[in-house]
Design a binder for this molecule. Structure first.
Ligand SMILES: C[S@@+](CC[C@H](N)C(=O)[O-])C[C@H]1O[C@@H](n2cnc3c(N)ncnc32)[C@H](O)[C@@H]1O
Length: 225
């Protein structure tokens, strides 16, 4: 086959099949610095009780992004036991503010205990209820909005975010590759369809400059223009 007839999906620059799977993934995780006692305990708890936290590799990216733009305010949709919340809280510093939201009161109670022990309680506002409803009530502009709620709601979150994010702020969304299901042809699952709609609209949006980082389950990073 001549060079010009190579299917695009096999283009050399794609590094086709070179993803963070298997041994490469193990290597990346082995590079991560040891977490402090509270975060390590939360990772263990999440593993034992099947809580779908972002985990340390993605959490580091979140914290790094906050540090890069000197973020002081973060609104998080879907916080569960507060694992990602603590990484944000560490990044925003003593005068920063992170909004924790979750629909499950038991999660919020557990999170509160972890926040106390991690020494970040005074940086976090806990909201128990519908995260989208709470976001829609916000009058201020945040530096970062992070979405990790039910996937069917992703397109709706995208509609709520622009007026509540400052110019140069980041809209970050987890699970946008959905274990690879985004590559299925005509998926029937409403969550996969919602993610596909969300990803398309986010890339097409004139208000954002977007990339999807293929780390773990896919992280969409969109900067507000
Ligand atoms: C994937 S977990 C969040 C994990 C967390 N971001 C972390 O990495 O540590 C998703 C959480 O979002 C909550 N959730 C889903 N939809 C929600 C909504 N509309 N409002 C509030 N919480 C929601 C669920 O209760 C669940 O605890």
């Amino acid at each position: 086959m001549t060079e010009s007839k190579k299917p695009d999906s096999r283009a050399s620059w794609r590094h086709y099949n070179f993803t963070t799977t298997g041994p490469v993934d193990d290597y990346l995780y082995s590079m991560l610095p040891k977490r402090d006692e509270v975060l390590a305990e939360m990772e263990d708890y999440a593993t034992k009780h099947d809580v779908p936290i972002v985990g340390p590799a993605v959490a580091r990216v979140l914290q790094q992004m906050a540090l890069m733009i000197n973020a002081r305010t973060v609104f998080e949709l879907g916080s569960a036991i507060g694992y990602s919340t603590i990484w944000w809280a560490q990044a925003v510093g003593e005068n920063g503010r992170v909004i924790y939201t979750d629909g499950d009161r038991k999660n919020a109670e557990r999170a509160r205990g972890y926040f106390d022990r991690a020494g970040v309680t005074n940086r976090i506002t806990i909201y128990t209820g519908d995260a989208l409803e709470f976001l829609s009530e916000q009058k201020q502009e945040f530096d970062i909005i992070f979405s990790d709620v039910d996937k069917e709601d992703y397109p709706r979150v995208l509609r709520l975010v622009p007026p509540r994010l400052r110019k140069g702020g980041l809209f970050v969304t987890d699970n946008v590759l959905w274990s690879g299901r985004v590559a299925q042809k005509n998926p029937a699952d409403p969550r996969t369809r919602a993610i596909l709609e969300f990803n398309r609209k986010l890339y097409d949006s004139k208000e954002f400059y977007t990339t999807i980082l293929p780390i773990r389950d896919g992280l969409a990073v969109a900067v507000k223009k």
